[in-house]
Design a protein around this ligand. Structure first.
Ligand SMILES: Nc1ncnc2c1ncn2[C@@H]1O[C@H](COP(=O)(O)OP(=O)(O)OP(=O)(O)O)[C@@H](O)[C@H]1O
Ligand SMILES: [Mg+2]
Length: 1011
């Protein structure tokens, strides 16, 4: 019982009058390789071009068909020209002697029928009429008899599939792909597991060929003749070494969902085992398309647009691992430090500890591996956008070493504040191509309305899908209990979600609490396994919402969670969180320590841990993995003075958190509305509304900032070429595409701008070449917008020369627009028109003057939009220093909270410290250029940056050397007990440490004790 096969493919014809083909040899080779790789013991021949002469083919047919045993299976495939009179043409076919030098299809059919073999399968990818690129040869006279040559196929297990009907052409995919039939065959025969039923497979092939032809704008109706008795099956084909050798450009490999198949791409089994544990169900459709169609594991760049939680990050992760295995370096760019840290921990665990890959991170942290990054001493690095842009701009050689760049959450390009960074870093990568630096790019984005030529700008392929792994119901609920929604199938419906009378007004005015409480109760009563996220637009409401739900729902507390929370230097939010957890709810906002946030994410994710309800601010939406079954959006706009409505994309990102893979069949997202009218309005706007297209973050009002930063990426450049820098950006690309006059107009504007820059000594010009001055360079590399740089320069120039301490510099930064945007609660009294500040709030000015001197406080007065802004600067400066000197959070909260309804929380402190840190280095460099002497030195800056980051006084920083992950409160407890360095800790008896930190922590620290 043998299987034998012959695969014939003819692209080249010795007769000059027979046009060559491009895909026929590939067809034969692909089928041959797949069968060789998948059917053990098969006797398969491949005959292409010169080997495919008429004589040779007849010999092969004799051998295979005539000499077969009665229980054999024979497979014959032919790809090449077919003539109108139903002949197959071969390498040595001569048009002048067509009858003698080609094979009539009727002869093939006779041999078919006569063969003693039990089963014969024949695939003919050729056609019977037409012109190139169809597989046609039209020179021969049309046979009078148009009878179908295959009608006589009969006998047991005889299957013949022809690519096109007897009077139709058969097509190839353009640019050297396969014939449509072969393409469908090789795909269908590779689908599924184990064996496939031949009848079913044939039906599927027929459909695909018809559909593919229609897609190319042709009609091609494949036909199949024959008879199969019993369930004829074939093994599912799997590409292996023959396929890989035949198609090196493809790496030869197409994989199925099973992660172990990725071994074909050279992933070692420990990685594949890890991945299999992580994703039991294997690769999802998005990931399969990225691998099999978009070939990301062979270095192809790709722009992926897919909904929240569709597994985009893993697309980047696979490509990164592949790059590393090839010996390249991979970088992952992420919007938040927390995301970078999460990936850093994960990658270190998965690939660092066990496989020995060097995992690096640069997030603006004192723990950063920037030195290692710049020296190329890493395999994979996780960076925030800003860090990457900064490092790649200041040290261009850092780019040369990178083989792959993954830009995660690339929809950030439309972010009003940070979009510029994403666009500039992508521009940098694109312009590097001019120097032959051409890393693979994997750009990942949440759903957007319209790709708006983004992929074209990047010059990469795209993969766009709206398909979610778990379907989503989206709707709006009003206070009467009516829910207007779009079902997962896309039908608009209205139903009663809450019974009449369920919503009861609790306070003087209606509030969302009136709806949230009965709604959450009902959801949990119907299915206690639900996980619910309630998005709130500010920290306070998120905390309040979790608190009242804990009170009203009476849920069981999670198991063993309190021990994981920090115990020292707690904030008021830490205490509130504990109370919520005791009632089975939690909140997530910037008032929580990172370790608290992680704990909350963990207990919410863990189906057994028992926190069912999470109230969160909107920051949870990007990239953090906390899927819920239901998402409730209490508001539709951001809070604050510049509060604006959520964009559709922001809404979708939050709504998209609903749907837990493996736990819920569908997710549900509910926007809360007051009235039926606003329900209709919100339904139109958010549920039916179309998503915003991807936009450039370029805005003509910020041309100065853009040009300075682009010049910082460039070095010396011809003055007339400066416009090209802008044209390279996404914004410039779109503008030039849409407005032909853009370039000329922009050149004129830039001329004026460059003159201004020269006057300000930011740019110098020499023989038509412009370049940044030293001051221009530090400005262009800074994170500050142009007006802020100018303000900073003016403020600094106004200070009396000499001794500008780091602390004073950090204070000056408080007067920049970037810091003015950082929220600090200020208690305002009176009516809107005659708002006043409480006396305590105006008192900050005197305290700041005592602490920093009159000069600094006068600087705060300059350019302040109003006196609130002035006093807020004073207040921020004081908070900042208290934090950096190690004041307890409890005391900071108490001392700076003037009104309990608008309390100062940890989130405010952290916000001020982080924003100051973020700009301090740049400000220092600008100061150093302005005051050649008298600024703090590098070391002082590094020290203060560490202080701001950790909230520890200078003489406590030695404690950081203990390692481990002690929290601020623990360091402070040691410090206040007189232990100021790691050595002093190691020199103390364990009992003393245990008194301060508890026995458990002490045991952990003991493990870190140097030998
Ligand atoms: N093939 C898979 N099978 C099962 N789970 C998967 C698979 N791929 C990814 N996941 C998991 O699905 C969750 C969402 O994946 P991921 O965070 O990559 O989504 P995303 O598309 O990047 O979403 P976001 O827009 O939130 O960043 C994660 O927990 C991830 O581990
Ligand atoms: Mg992601």
């Amino acid at each position: 019982m043998a299987i034998s096969a012959t695969f014939i493919g003819v692209n080249k014809y010795s007769d000059f009058d027979i046009p060559d083909l491009t895909g026929a040899v590939r067809d034969a080779t692909a089928l041959w390789a797949l069968f060789e790789d998948s059917v053990p013991g098969i006797k398969a021949e491949l005959a292409t071009n010169q080997q495919a002469t008429l004589e040779n083919v007849r010999r092969l047919l004799d051998e295979k068909l005539a000499l077969a045993d009665p229980d054999d299976t024979v497979i014959i495939s032919f790809a090449g020209h077919g003539s109108r009179d139903h002949r197959l043409l071969f390498y040595n076919t001569q048009t002048a002697f067509l009858e003698e030098t080609s094979l009539p299809m009727s002869e093939l059919v006779e041999r078919f029928n006569a063969s003693p073999a039990k089963t014969v399968l024949c695939f003919l990818d050729c056609c019977f009429s037409g012109e190139a690129p169809a597989r046609v040869f039209a020179a021969s006279p049309v046979a009078r008899d148009h009878a179908n040559p295959f009608q006589q196929v009969s006998g047991r297990g005889r299957v013949l599939i022809a690519a096109a009907n007897f009077n139709e052409k058969a097509y190839e995919f353009p640019s050297g792909g396969h014939g449509l039939l072969t393409d469908a065959l090789i795909k269908v025969l590779q689908e599924g597991e184990g064996r496939l039923d031949v009848q079913t497979a044939i039906a599927e092939v027929m459909n695909r060929v018809r559909a593919a032809a229609a897609g190319l704008g042709y009609t091609q109706t494949p036909v199949h003749y024959g008879l199969v008795e019993g369930g004829l099956t074939l093994p599912v084909l799997k590409p292996g070494k023959h396929y890989a050798a035949a198609f090196p450009e493809l790496g030869g490999v197409s994989v199925g969902a099973d992660l172990s198949e990725l071994a074909a791409f050279g992933f070692p089994s420990p990685i594949l085992q890890e991945w299999t544990i992580r994703f039991g169900g294997g690769l999802n459709d998005l990931q399969l398309s990225a691998v099999n169609e978009k070939r990301i594991l062979e270095g192809k760049s790709l722009f992926v647009v897919a909904p929240t939680s569709s597994g985009k990050t893993f697309v980047g992760e696979m490509a990164a691992l592949k790059a590393i295995l090839k010996g390249q370096k991979a970088v992952f760019l992420l919007p938040y430090k927390a995301l970078a840290n999460e990936k850093y921990e994960q990658f270190s665990r998965l690939y660092g500890d066990s496989l020995g890959f060097r995992v690096n991170r640069c997030t603006g942290d004192w723990l950063d591996g920037t030195g290692a990054f710049l020296n190329g001493k890493y395999d994979i690095s996780l960076l925030t956008y800003e860090m990457f842009l900064g490092l790649a701009t200041s040290t261009p050689s850092a780019l040369n070493q990178i083989g792959l760049v993954v830009v995660d959450e690339a929809q950030f390009i439309t972010d009003p504040q940070r979009g510029i960074v994403v666009e500039l870093l992508l521009t940098l990568l694109l312009t590097a191509r001019e120097k032959n630096i051409n890393p693979q790019l994997i750009i990942l984005s949440a759903v957007v309305g319209n790709v708006n030529s983004f992929d074209e700008w990047l010059g990469v392929a795209r993969l766009v899908t709206e398909k979610r792994p778990v379907p989503l119901i989206e709707g709006v609920l009003d206070r009467s209990g009516t829910f207007q929604f779009v079902s997962a199938e896309g039908a608009a419906k209205t139903e009663r979600l809450l019974p009449f009378g369920a919503v009861i007004q609790r306070k003087k005015t209606p509030s969302s609490q009136d709806v949230i409480v009965p709604l959450v109760k009902q959801i949990l009563a119907q299915n206690p396994g639900e996980r619910i996220i309630i998005f709130r637009n500010a920290r306070g409401p998120a905390e309040g919402c979790a608190a009242y739900l804990a009170d009203e729902l009476g849920l069981a507390p999670p198991v063993e969670i309190l021990e994981q929370l920090p115990k020292h230097d707690l904030t008021s939010s830490s205490l509130k969180l504990r109370k919520c957890l005791a009632g089975g709810t939690a909140f997530h906002n910037t008032n929580l320590f990172p370790s608290e946030k992680e704990t909350v994410e963990k207990v919410f994710r863990d189906p057994n841990a028992g926190v069912k309800v999470l109230a969160s601010t909107t920051t949870l939406a990007a990239g953090i993995n906390t899927p819920a079954s239901t998402v409730i959006l209490a508001e539709q706009e951001f809070k604050g003075d510049d509060g604006r409505d959520f964009t559709i994309a922001e809404y979708k990102n939050m709504a998209g958190r609903a749907g837990r893979l493996g736990y819920s069949e569908e997710g549900k997202s509910i926007i809360l509305a007051d009235t039926a009218y606003s329900r209709e309005y919100l339904f139109e706007k958010y549920i039916l509304g179309s998503l915003e297209p991807i936009r450039s973050s370029f805005n003509a009002g910020q041309t100065e900032t853009w040009i300075l930063r682009l010049l910082a990426q460039t070095g010396r450049i011809n003055r007339l070429d400066v416009v090209k820098l802008l044209a390279n950006t996404y914004g410039g690309f779109l503008a030039a595409k849409n407005y032909p006059e853009w370039r000329e107009q922009t050149t004129k504007k830039l001329n004026v701008l460059l003159d201004e820059f020269i006057r300000l000594e930011l740019v110098e010009e020499e023989m038509g070449q412009v370049k940044l001055t030293l001051l221009g360079q530090v400005c262009g590399r800074s994170t500050l917008a142009y007006p802020s740089m100018m303000r900073l320069i003016n403020l600094l120039k106004g200070l009396s020369v000499g001794n500008l301490s780091v602390k004073a510099l950090a204070a000056v930064i408080q007067a920049l627009p970037e810091l003015d945007r950082i929220n600090i609660p200020m208690f305002k009294t009176g009516r809107k028109e005659s708002r006043k500040l409480a006396a305590t709030e105006t008192g900050w000015a005197a305290r700041a003057a005592a602490e920093y001197g009159q000069e600094i406080v006068r600087a705060f007065q300059k350019n302040a939009d109003n006196f609130f802004a002035y006093y807020a600067r004073c207040k921020r400066t004081l908070v900042l220093d208290d934090w950096a000197q190690g004041a307890s959070l409890e005391s900071i909260e108490q001392n700076y909270t003037v009104n309990a309804f608008n309390a100062v929380g940890y989130g405010h402190v952290r916000g001020i410290a982080d924003a100051t840190r973020f700009h301090l280095r740049a400000a220092h460099q600008i100061a150093a250029v302005i005051f050649i002497e008298g600024t703090a030195d590098e070391n002082a800056i590094e020290t203060y940056l560490k202080q701001l980051e950790e909230g520890l006084p200078e003489d406590a920083l030695g404690l950081l050397e203990i390692g481990g992950n002690l929290g601020r409160g623990e360091y402070l407890a040691l410090y206040r007990a007189g232990l100021k360095t790691a050595d002093e800790v190691w020199a103390s008896p364990s009992e003393k440490i245990a008194e301060l930190l508890g026995a458990e922590r002490t045991a952990e620290i003991e493990n870190l004790r140097p030998a």
